[in-house]
Design a protein. Structure first.
Length: 152
């Protein structure tokens, strides 16, 4: 199965995420675009994680229940639509929490991953990273990722 192509008009894969999308700038989620979602997909799920965080992987964003016919999210659209469930990020908030690596660290990587699922995840707003991992187990048809970097 081919991978989903995930991109952003805000930054190139492997490139820096603009400061406007950081935690200290107010957590404005970047626009994302995707293609290559298989026709048998029932639901899309999005995550953004920082694998370089000092305490282990830090979750910045989780969305579940994204309709399969969507081809992206607009800048600032952090999943506030009624059918999209927002997970609790590492800051303890629902929705998107922008990059905020420790000052002076080398740039951290922020990995955005879009999963095509069959069947539905069954997740509702407020879900945790553990809930997400359990919900996708055995349901991922394919996925795609986009990595941005950020340093303070």
């Amino acid at each position: 199965m081919d991978e989903i192509t995930l991109s952003s008009p805000e930054f190139a894969d492997g490139g820096p995420i603009p400061a406007a999308h950081s935690h200290e700038a107010g957590d404005l989620s970047p626009a994302l675009r995707w293609s290559g979602v298989p026709p048998e997909t029932v639901e899309l799920m999005l995550t953004c994680e920082d694998p370089d965080a000092p305490g282990g992987t830090f979750v910045h964003w989780m969305l579940a229940g994204i309709p399969r016919d969507r081809d992206g999210l607009a800048e600032g659209e952090a999943g506030e639509r009624p059918r999209i469930a927002r997970g609790r990020n590492g800051f303890g908030d629902l929705g998107y929490g922008g990059p905020q690596p420790p000052a002076g660290d080398d740039p951290h990587r922020y990995v955005f991953t879009l999963y095509a699922l069959r069947p539905q995840s069954g997740l509702t707003s407020g879900f945790s990273p553990e809930d997400m991992r359990a919900a996708v187990r055995g349901k991922v048809i394919t996925s795609g990722s986009l990595t941005g970097t950020y340093a303070r």
